[in-house]
Design a protein around this ligand. Structure first.
Ligand code: GLN
Length: 461
């Protein structure tokens, strides 16, 4: 299958005229149509005739100086508005909603010549980590169809893992790119807050939401990030900072770099196979010349309550606009998980409780930020598992809201602090389920974590 190849390799073959864009895109749309029956990883797919027409046109206009993403098929989570296809964010509340404009991230990819194939299934509004909280069919894990694909960007990770597209754009508020990437055995990048424009994203929690890619390798992530990062006049929270050339620094020397390991995240209270695989990967990095230091960050014990206090408050505010007057159908269409969050957030923000709940959440968030700042004085990156458990069977998280929240233990702090983090596969369990590790970096240090992930991936299988 062509789509098993790296984007670099596909771009090289296109330049050598060994393949055509039409060939590549027809493989992508055919496989997507076929596999979607089994995996449910798309909510909507573009018309085959339209995408092939676009591919043929691109073949005609192709020249060797086109960007590497030219002609490369991709998908996006259904939380990004697009003119081509409807946008639901996984919820019946937005049924039949068709946006008059396209999200900046999609526009940038299209301007580089990448070809949109379809829009991926997700937990509605980004609420969840299993892609089961949806009004559409539930995504299955391509590695094991009896298990969840993770979430909330589960459809994106499954589409990449099944080689239906070269990459997908997910959305990460508390782990929604990293968690499904880890469960499906692919790579996912949560960027620094503000590195990629959020314009055209259906908001979950505006101070935490980030836009980023899921792909087969750190090298592919670097290429996509180079295209989508940067300031956007339409998103005032996007950073003015110049974009690094992430593909150029992938192979830099990494020996001597220091890895911080927070002792609060390496206890014995989660899946032992996950812990063992991550520690083995850290050992591998040590053999490549990196050093490790233990970090003591007691505030990490409060990560989940801090996150859910802030995420629920912001989502109750963001979802207030779906009152049935402006978009599609009414408020009675919210699923129980979202209703729970809206109620929790509304309560936390209400007069008389805001000081104790929401504002204390914000104060605790500052403590968390301070704790990371201090930690990064002693190390270059911080490594933790991506998820405390292996991909669950269907229904296990859906029926246990607390367990569902705890699943985000390792990922949520990056969003609260605003730092980047890459999730990469580091092994399989005895039941052949993927295990992921995340490498967190300082703000805007995407190049550094991509570099370490790339060296790890090219020196291991
Ligand atoms: N699972 C987390 C939540 O439900 C993260 C979701 C996300 O990143 N969109 O809040």
């Amino acid at each position: 299958m062509l789509l098993e190849l790296s984007i670099d390799e596909l771009a090289a073959r296109l330049r050598k005229k060994e393949i055509t864009i039409e060939q590549l895109v027809s493989e992508s749309i055919d496989a997507s149509l076929q596999e979607n029956e089994k995996l449910n990883c798309y909510i909507s797919l573009r018309n085959k005739k339209d995408v092939l027409k676009e591919a043929r046109q691109k073949d005609l206009e192709f020249s060797v100086d086109k960007p590497k993403l030219y002609g490369i098929p991709f998908s996006v989570k259904d939380s990004y508005v697009t003119k081509e296809l409807p946008t639901t964010s996984g919820s019946a509340v937005l049924q039949n909603y068709h946006s008059p404009y396209t999200a900046t991230v999609v526009k940038k990819l299209q301007a580089a010549g990448a070809i949109l194939i379809g829009k991926n299934s997700q937990d509605s509004w980004g609420h969840g980590g299993s892609s089961e909280n949806t009004d559409f069919a539930v995504v299955k894990n391509p590695n094991n169809l009896k298990h969840i694909a993770g979430g909330s960007s589960g459809g994106s990770a499954a589409a990449v893992a099944a080689h239906l597209v070269s990459f997908s754009i997910g959305e990460d508020t508390g782990g929604s790119i990293r968690n499904p990437a880890s469960m499906c055995g692919v790579s996912g990048l949560k960027v620094t807050y503000g590195r990629v424009s959020r314009y055209g994203t259906i908001a979950y929690a505006s101070s935490l939401d980030t836009v980023g890619p899921i792909a087969n390798s750190a090298a592919d992530l670097a290429l996509v990030l180079e295209t989508i990062a940067g300031a956007d006049p339409k998103d005032s929270s996007s950073s003015q900072r110049p974009v690094d050339t992430y593909t150029k620094t992938l192979t830099q020397q990494i020996s001597g770099k220091k890895i911080g390991l927070p002792k609060q995240f390496f206890g014995d209270n989660y899946n032992p196979e996950v812990r063992a695989s991550v520690l083995a990967a850290v050992e591998k990095l040590r053999s490549l010349g990196l050093e490790t230091v233990e970090l003591d960050m007691p505030v990490l014990d409060y990560a989940i309550p801090i996150y859910y206090m802030i995420a629920a408050s912001e989502t109750s505010s963001n979802l207030a606009r779906y009152d049935g007057i402006r978009f599609g159908t009414g408020r009675d269409k919210f699923l129980p998980e979202s209703t729970r969050r809206i109620m929790l957030g509304t309560y936390a923000l209400s007069a008389g409780y805001a000081d104790e709940l929401y504002k204390n959440g914000q104060r605790a968030r500052t403590l968390l930020i301070n704790s990371y700042e201090k930690a990064f004085k002693n190390c270059d990156v911080i490594i933790t598992p991506t998820s405390p458990s292996l991909a669950q069977k269907f229904g296990e998280l859906l029926t246990n809201p607390i367990e569902n929240m705890l699943a985000d233990l390792f990922t949520v702090t990056c969003n609260l602090v605003g730092i980047p983090s890459i999730a990469i596969p580091v092994g399989r369990s005895k039941d052949n389920l993927s295990i992921g590790m995340q490498i967190m970096g300082k703000k805007f240090a995407e190049s550094s974590i991509l570099n370490i992930a790339h060296i790890y991936q090219t020196t291991t299988q």
